[in-house]
Design a protein around this ligand. Structure first.
Ligand code: ATP
Ligand code: MG
Length: 325
């Protein structure tokens, strides 16, 4: 039987190069060998302050971006989470006996609640994420490194459910790239690049034009000293840029560092900018060619298919939990 893969992205702002390098490029490549299910997880994007108008625009923009990076709706199931109510239902059923201890230790909750308040939805976010994954009974989940803790909880929830109610969910494996798993902000090299980052100069957006990409990379915070060496601990700024170049040039980080050993920071940044512009330009072009109506149609169709699949799991889950008809 073909193995299945699932992942999600929040429509919480503009998709950036961290999302792409850490997760989306794996989403694309895994389509070749897996039965792939990808989701714009809008129910996760309402756990802090948000504007309904902006959310609505961001959902469509995120869906279009996924198609532009290479998610192929003929091969993969793609839909908006909120259009498949079984996600929320399974989240409740799984959350009913999820202990508070692990949730209390989630670092993302601590970071996000400091900024946007202590909402219940933000606290229970990892349980909804577990439901998103488990409802499709998947084997692999391509995510960035920041999701490791959440995925561990998902695995624990799957194991507990299977132990209590009988074998139901495969215990999914995390798929995280060797390079690019944690792209750092260009302005604050101790924080990961995020959609919700306040400083627009900290993120390179997938839809940024070449001029903006060059400007942001020229302004990128670099480390003390002047050597181009790969040392994520002591030279996080330069190492972050080496990571980007390594991916876009498909060369190991050591080779990239050696290629630029004699360069100044300024020259090196321009080389990175050139590679990023070249790497992102097909995505931008494809995005611009997509019609909103066509994307909306695809998303509606995806939701119908996803509901059927999700309902099959829910019928089994309800029955095992003593909630069947
Ligand atoms: P937000 O700030 O709203 O949480 P985000 O930028 O973290 O947004 P998400 O939608 O939460 O984006 O995550 C989508 C995917 O991108 C996840 O798999 C996540 O692990 C990955 N990801 C997010 N930021 C980075 C990053 N800086 N480097 C690598 N992967 C990342
Ligand atoms: Mg995030």
């Amino acid at each position: 039987m073909t193995q299945r893969v699932f992942s999600g992205i929040q429509p919480s702002g503009d998709t950036h190069i961290g999302n792409y390098l850490g997760a989306l490029r794996n989403w694309v490549s895994l389509q070749d060998s897996y039965d792939a299910v990808y989701c714009v997880v809008d129910l996760h994007a309402i756990t802090g302050p948000y504007s309904p108008e902006e959310l609505s625009a961001s959902r469509l923009q995120t869906a279009k971006t996924l198609l532009a990076v290479g998610i192929d709706p003929d091969r993969s199931l793609l839909y908006y989470q909120s259009q498949v109510p079984q996600h929320a239902e399974l989240s409740w059923l799984l959350g009913a006996d999820t202990p508070m201890g692990p949730l209390n230790r989630m670092t993302q909750y601590k970071e996000k609640s400091d900024k946007s308040g202590e909402q219940l939805g933000l606290f229970s976010y990892p349980v909804l994420m577990a439901a998103d994954i488990l409802i499709h009974k998947v084997h692999a989940v391509p995510v960035g490194e920041d999701q490791t803790q959440h995925l561990e909880l998902t695995r624990d929830i799957a194991v507990r459910f299977n132990g209590k109610y009988g074998e139901t969910f495969p215990v999914p494996e995390q798929v995280t790239p060797g390079v690019g798993a944690r792209v750092m902000s260009l302005q604050k090299t101790t924080s990961k690049m995020s959609k919700s980052e306040a400083d627009p100069h900290g993120t390179i957006l997938l839809l940024d034009d070449p001029y903006t990409i060059v400007k942001k990379l020229k302004r990128a915070v670099t480390d003390s000293g002047s050597e181009i060496v790969y040392d994520r601990q002591n030279k996080p700024g330069i190492s972050n840029l080496i990571d980007m170049l390594s991916i876009f040039q498909a060369k190991p980080v050591e080779e990239v560092a050696a290629d630029h050993a004699d360069s100044q920071y300024g020259t090196f940044k321009l080389a990175v900018a050139e590679a990023v512009v070249e790497g992102l330009s097909p995505i931008r072009a494809k995005y611009q060619a997509l019609e909103d109506e066509e994307v909306a149609r695809l998303m509606t169709k995806g939701a119908l298919d996803a509901r059927m699949r999700a309902e099959a799991t829910m019928t089994e889950v309800r029955s095992k939990m003593g909630l069947g008809v």
